[in-house]
Ligand binder design. Structure first.
Ligand code: AMP
Ligand code: MG
Length: 394
């Protein structure tokens, strides 16, 4: 058995070779940019008015004659002599001769003559060419998480496709004779199978689109065959159940037969002690304990970092924060605990139903409080580490 720290060290030192693909920017949300982007154009690419108003050649005179109009999208060339003004609108091309735009609120107009009531500095309200970015500049760096602002920015540069790191294809294999699909009354001794949809949704929330679910009964033959099929599909395989030491737990043996090499097995933690992690060539396999809260905890702490690494993230662990615990806590287990808890404004409450079979309070928790194996007692108001569960992707 290894400690949580040792297990995390193995996760951190796992090297993953990246695959890069070109995607439409509308398909890139949450992906990691796999190339530096240099601006293909100046932004703006022409001198733009930042206001609705009047373009002039700046002088100390206040009266100008309005002779022409320039609205957004107009491309015509306008000649502008001194003491004349061009009626202009936000985003429109500023005539080459003009150097200043007067806001319409700072002008009184009578017929075709304007009188400027408040003269701005020379050059005001004209966005110069390349004000935001210059053509050829490196404007976004490889490794950036593409959010809606980045995608909007790329669109504004006229870029249709970008290179991003591939997200992995994931197989989920659920094992257990007792598992029943939803839709019919429960048979005696059966339970509704819930890990596959739960893991699928967790994968979905963190940007994995390609997921396929497999099932196996508790026999070595079925487990071996199902692992073989699941490895054929996915880059990463998540197995649920069958990894403990019971007489009908065949996952470890079946992984061995399928030539998946063990990287670790069993962590001094609660829940999720019998977690197994291994590798076959470039594929990674996690065998998660079947108890739902164990499976999900192991997903957040160990699986997610591997998925995020695969997708190119540099920050691949869920964020950790410190919070004041609102009651004392005793850890008599000698194990690291991951406790379902609720965080609000710097304070955290440990929730009831900590058993590994229970999801009822996992459903309402937004953090997992981590109590290290060597900490036996925590006072009320002490600071504890919380793993945040409420983020998306980043
Ligand atoms: P196992 O790890 O296979 O020994 O299973 C531990 C516990 O988790 C047992 O009570 C199982 O019935 C339950 N369990 C296993 N797989 C699932 C699943 N897919 N959905 C819900 N509960 C499960
Ligand atoms: Mg089982």
């Amino acid at each position: 058995m290894i400690s949580v720290q040792q297990a995390l060290h193995i996760i951190d030192s796992t090297m993953i070779s990246h695959h890069i693909k070109k995607v439409k920017i509308s398909k890139s949300l949450g992906s990691i940019l796999a190339e530096d982007i240099s601006a293909p154009i100046n932004m703006p690419s022409f001198r733009q008015s930042a206001m609705d108003g009047y373009a002039i050649i700046w002088s100390d005179k206040t009266d100008y004659k309005v002779t022409e109009e320039s609205k957004a999208g107009d491309a015509k060339h306008i000649t502008l002599p001194p003491l004349e003004a061009v009626r202009i609108f936000t985003g429109a091309k500023v005539p080459d001769d003009a150097d200043t735009v007067i806001m319409q609120e700072h002008v009184t107009r009578q017929d075709n003559t304007i009188t400027i009531t408040k003269m701005p500095r020379q050059g005001a309200n004209v966005r110069p060419i390349g004000e935001q970015v210059h053509k050829g500049d490196c404007v976004l760096k490889k490794g950036l998480v593409l959010n809606e602002a980045a995608i909007g920015f790329l669109a504004g540069l006229g870029i249709k496709k970008v290179a991003v790191y591939n997200t992995p294809k994931v197989s989920i294999l659920v094992t257990g004779n007792e598992l029943q699909k939803q839709g019919k009354p429960l048979k005696e001794g059966a339970i509704y199978e819930s890990n596959s949809v739960m893991l699928h949704m967790a994968l979905h929330r963190f940007g994995v689109q390609k997921v396929k679910t497999f099932t196996a009964k508790d026999t070595l033959k079925a487990t071996k065959k199902a692992i073989h099929k699941a490895l054929d599909y996915g880059d990463i395989l998540l197995i649920s159940g069958g990894i403990s030491v019971g007489d009908y737990d065949f996952v470890k043996e079946a992984l061995n037969i399928n030539h998946v090499d063990e990287l670790f097995y069993k962590i001094n933690q609660k829940p999720g002690k019998p977690l197994w992690f291994g590798k076959k060539d470039q594929q990674f396999v996690f065998a998660l304990p079947g108890n739902p809260a164990s499976a999900l905890t192991c997903f957040y702490v160990y699986v997610l970092p591997i998925l995020k690494k695969y997708a190119g993230y540099n920050a691949y662990h869920l964020p950790r924060i410190l919070a004041k615990i609102d009651s004392e806590f005793k850890n008599t287990t000698g194990k690291t605990l991951f406790l379902k808890a609720y965080y609000k404004e710097g304070n955290v409450s440990i929730l009831p139903s900590q058993q590994s079979s229970m999801l009822n309070t996992f459903a309402t928790s937004n953090v997992l409080v981590t109590i290290p194996e060597d900490v036996e007692y925590i006072n009320k108001e002490d600071k504890v580490t919380c793993i945040r569960l409420d983020g998306y992707g980043n």
